[in-house]
Design a protein around this ligand. Sequence first.
Ligand SMILES: O=P(O)(O)O[C@H]1O[C@H](CO)[C@@H](O)[C@H]1O
Ligand SMILES: O=c1cc[nH]c(=O)[nH]1
Length: 235
Amino acid sequence: MTAHLSAKPGDIAETVLMPGDPLRAKWIAETFLDDATCYSSVRNMFGFTGTYKGERISVQGSGMGMPSASIYTHELLAEYGVKTLVRIGSGGAITERLGLMDVVAGIGAASESNMNRLRFGGNIDYAPVADFGLLRNAVDAAADRGVNLEVGQILSGDVFYHDHWDIYEKLAEYGVLCVEMEAAAMYTLAAKFNARALALITISDQLITKEHLDSDQRQQSLTDMVEIALDTVTR
Ligand SMILES: O=P(O)(O)O[C@H]1O[C@H](CO)[C@@H](O)[C@H]1O
Ligand SMILES: O=c1cc[nH]c(=O)[nH]1
């Protein structure tokens, strides 16, 4: 047990899919995993372990934002021996190239968060990046399924309702595809604990055209991304 997870040693698989939404974790466990059981419901931040094509996989909610996601990521990596993390999140497109339900793989995660400035003493702009092997698997898995996977840089933001659209415009000019709120912290912690991490993001908000998925769709309709994630970790 840790401060935020009631799982016993061995309850959590070495490979964990992490959505922000704990009810998306429940939906994934019920829809895609065989023999899934809930190992923790502390704070209703559900975690489940089951199997996919015979391989043991867990799915754990991270909560929203890097402080919350860092707590769960740290405990999984430091206390439960997790080796592979795939974030399966929703995100807002800041380029017209992307539409609702498109799937993005974050090769690197820029951030407006102060967390890595605190971690590295303020003078280093650490570059949180995806694990290359997982990224390659995801590209291959998407191709096999005939799903377009956009690979590029993403922004892990602290502010969902941002006042500064000009920052997004500048980031888009520099190749950033979409904004979400956790990947940079997960990539950084995976590096610290010698583990692998990848963030897959489904576009739930087109921030230029102002199209949006509703809350049920964010919880239960991100099938392409989940299937790519499951194929990525079982290849
Ligand atoms: O859908 P999830 O995985 O929660 O991801 C995105 O959605 C939340 C904001 O609505 C933030 O956590 C953001 O990163
Ligand atoms: O961080 C996020 C997540 C989903 N949609 C957004 O616009 N931003």
